[in-house]
Design a protein around this ligand. Sequence first.
Ligand code: DGY
Length: 328
Amino acid sequence: MPHSRLSVIVTRKLPEPVETRMRELFDVRLNSDDHIFSREELVAAMGQADVLVPTLGDKIDAGVLGQAGERLKLIANYGAGFDHIDVQTALSRGIIVSNTPGVLTEDTADMTMALILAVPRRLKEGATMMETGQWDGWSPTALMGHRIAGKRLGILGMGRIGQAVARRAKGFGLQVHYHNRKRLRVETEEALEATYWESLDQMLARVDILSVNAPHTPSTFHLLNARRLKLMKPTAYIVNTARGEVIDENAMTRMLRAGELAGAGLDVFEHGREVNPRLRDLQNVLLLPHMSSATEESRSEMGEKVIINIKTFADGHRPPDQVVPSML
Ligand code: DGY
């Protein structure tokens, strides 16, 4: 299929260089005002395009896929996570799904580390004090947080991002522990000085900081449920830059409010933009607007990956980042 005739619809505004390249290569419809597509718009787009480029806010479930047009053959997701797409149903309808892994690993790990440092060291409270003019000068007892070095960091999900967090954590003197579907190879474990816990429950009971780096799948939904959260020490912190659905947000919020957890740094939420209001007023909770991959570099490289996936598909080959059933 020649690229020039390939009809591509992009659901959100992408970085300028990515859009320029797409205009050169495809018959592309861009979203210049960056509005969020309604379900109806999504269905209409899927009826008109050969290729849809959605992002994580577009829920492409079986209902939407059921209305896809004959010509839709590829959903080239702009993003690494694909939990908003019913990939099984897409595949059963002959629609391939691709994503953009690898290019946001380092930036997401940096943000994870930023939260790991920020919450125990009470950065939010310090910054608020300065912004509101409430600082009376240095005091021996003000804003005492907790030392990072020597603490146990538990990483839940030791894929690319989890491992990038582990590399950074080592540099900060944290002891790295992890739980993963599959144990890492011994050489990788040794290089990261990481201790594997087959039992998530046992790891949770021992760590001082927990970093969630696992994708949202049916088997990780509420993996951190009320029972498991209660296994954690009341002095422990949680950081989540992966997906909100991995944690039972209400249970975590109740525990944070009751002082049964020491604090949290959250870049993602169980219900997307609908952030639990009871999290907002907690001084020991730092909330970010899902910005871990928000660097010029990551977002451009994500666009380049989308373009390569589309071009490869148009040339009659399998997109390099095709989502396959073993990844679900
Ligand atoms: C992704 O690509 O899935 C990320 O969550 C975006 O930051």
